[in-house]
Write a protein that binds this ligand. Structure first.
Ligand SMILES: [Zn+2]
Length: 221
């Protein structure tokens, strides 16, 4: 269901401040000791990490353009061993993506985070060392984004129920990735709930009617 313009603007008036990163990033107390500038940088990289999780096999070039300097350039061309010890080679970034998805789903537990930032590190470090000088620090940005989410794991929400994308939450109650997704999802939720209540009411009425009919039969005998 598409919300009409009036409903949309009514809601956005309330929701926009909640989704506006500058509002939250300025007003909320950071849970770690990072400066605001540093925190804003980490949030940007955490968002790059969320986008990396949803990346399709042919989306590498577009991702590189949008998040330049995040993950070493050479990483996209390095192959690692196949998962589960099978024969053959497998793109390193796809391995990293599936491992990261699991850790995200589990809420960034300490052991998994340690595994994540140390696993494949020989290949990753090789990719970082052999990437252009302008890329120096790109591997650190990736690893620091993971560590940031380890500290602020509440930000790594389940995928958006409306569009299915991973996202970084600005506050703990946020359920959707954006205002349009939130508006659409709430409309659908309300419509579903309305249907459910209607069904329950009808079922109760049917039961009451059947009971009345039974009683009537008894008294007329
Ligand atoms: Zn969404």
């Amino acid at each position: 269901m598409v919300p009409n313009a009036c409903q949309y603007y009514q809601l956005t008036g309330v929701v926009v401040p909640c989704y506006n990163p500058t509002v939250y990033e300025k007003n909320a107390m950071p849970r770690n000791a990072l400066s605001w500038k540093e925190q804003a940088k980490r949030l940007k990289d955490a968002r790059a990490l969320a986008a990396f999780l949803d990346l399709q096999p042919d989306g590498g070039i577009k991702f590189r353009k949008e998040y330049s300097g995040f993950l070493p350039l050479l990483m996209w061309q390095v192959d690692g061993p196949m998962p589960n010890g099978e024969l053959g080679r497998y793109p390193l970034w796809l391995q990293m993506q599936s491992q990261l998805r699991k850790v995200w789903r589990k809420g960034f537990p300490e052991k998994d985070v340690l595994d994540l930032i140390s696993a494949n590190s020989t290949l990753l470090d090789f990719a970082a060392e052999n990437s252009p000088v302008s890329e120096s620090g790109s591997l650190d940005r990736y690893r620091k984004a993971i560590l940031f989410l380890y500290g602020d794991s509440w930000r790594a929400k389940d995928p958006c129920p409306e569009c299915g994308r991973h996202f970084i939450a600005n506050h703990s109650q946020q359920q959707c990735c954006s205002v349009p997704c939130s508006v659409e999802w709430r409309q659908q939720y309300k419509a579903k709930r309305h249907e459910q209540v209607k069904e329950e009411l009808n079922a109760r009425r049917r039961q009451e009617y059947a009971a009345k009919k039974k009683n009537k039969k008894k008294t007329t005998r």
